[in-house]
Design a protein around this ligand. Structure first.
Ligand code: ASP
Length: 311
């Protein structure tokens, strides 16, 4: 991949990212995946640079894979955890970011419960920022690793249909996939109970909505289950979890309605036997651990894209 000066400075969402650039990013992730298959899983691409993972909300997969991705490219990594910081003493996000930037941090990876927080860090720091999940708004590297996993299976996203089932309303993963996958030629069907399915998402190109999971998975090449984001639910969106699972759980019966051999995705963390049955999560069509594995290569590619060869 040839570095160029016109590439976006941040990955906050996909607004500034063209299909060509997104495809280059996924192509480069394949090269990064080859690095991870070597006995020595390290390249010098980010030597001398310092990357800060600033997590104001919990994470397992995203934080660990970003840290590993940066280290595998020889960056120095500083990990900032909100609970153990001066934020708990009342310091503002702006002051915190200005302090970290004074230590010569070169790039930020930010997770925050508030939508738009990553944009603020970009403004306060003046450094490249990767959004690792902001509120219900966006989680672009998750969508990229989902796209990468589907592409790995089918060779291309062109003409594929992806059904995303669950708590669409509170899911940044659903939003980012609804922005990304159509840019790469796929159709997206978002499905959940009416209370968890915001109608405005139907305005996105290539996106349709359904409250009927059987209808949603018909013709789907990939079926993604989403967790109920109870930490973001303020009202009574569901009559009961049992009723929800009875209709919307991704299980063998629902999967039988999809294209034969359709793959199953889940961004994690899973609530087994609620939004997805254990049989499906551990079954032959599941690519859930493949998604986890791919996350590291995709995040290496994003870091490379934003930090190497600029200017
Ligand atoms: N890990 C994803 C996120 O941070 C999905 C989830 O939490 O359910 O948005």
């Amino acid at each position: 991949m040839t570095p160029s000066a016109s590439r976006p400075r941040h990955l906050l969402d996909f607004t500034e990212w063209t299909p060509e650039r997104l495809t280059a990013l996924l192509d480069n992730a394949e090269t990064m995946g080859q690095v991870l298959d070597r006995p020595v899983k390290k390249v010098p691409a980010l030597q001398g640079l310092t990357v800060c993972t600033a997590f104001f909300e919990n994470s397992t997969r995203t934080r660990v894979s970003f840290e590993l991705a940066a280290r595998r490219m020889s960056a120095d990594v500083v990990s900032f955890a909100a609970g153990a910081s001066s934020l708990s003493k009342g310091e503002s996000l702006r002051d915190t970011v200005e302090v970290l930037t004074a230590y010569k941090v070169d790039a930020y990876i930010v997770r925050h419960p508030a939508s738009g927080a990553a944009h603020l860090v970009a403004r306060y720091s003046g450094k490249p920022v990767i959004n690792a999940g902001d509120g219900r708004r966006a989680h672009p590297t998750q969508a990229l690793l989902d796209a990468y996993t589907i592409r790995q299976e089918y060779g291309s996203l062109e003409g594929k249909t992806v059904a995303i089932i669950g708590d669409i309303r509170h899911s940044r993963v659903a939003r980012s996939n609804a922005e990304l996958l159509p840019k790469l030629g796929a159709k997206v069907v978002l499905c959940g109970p009416a209370t968890l399915l915001p109608v405005d998402l139907a305005a996105l190109p290539g996106v349709t909505l359904s409250t009927d999971p059987k209808e949603a998975v018909r013709g789907a090449h990939a079926v993604m289950a989403l967790r109920l984001q109870q930490e973001r639910m303020s009202g009574g969106y569901l009559a009961s979890l049992q009723e929800y699972a009875a209709t919307y759980q991704v299980n063998d019966a629902l999967l039988a309605e999809a294209e034969s051999g359709a793959i199953v995705l889940h961004p994690g963390p899973m609530n087994r036997d609620l939004e997805i049955s254990s049989d499906v999560a551990d079954g032959g069509q599941s690519r859930i651990l493949r998604q986890v594995e791919n996350g590291q290569a995709v995040r290496m590619s994003v870091l490379y894209h934003l930090l190497v060869g600029r200017e």
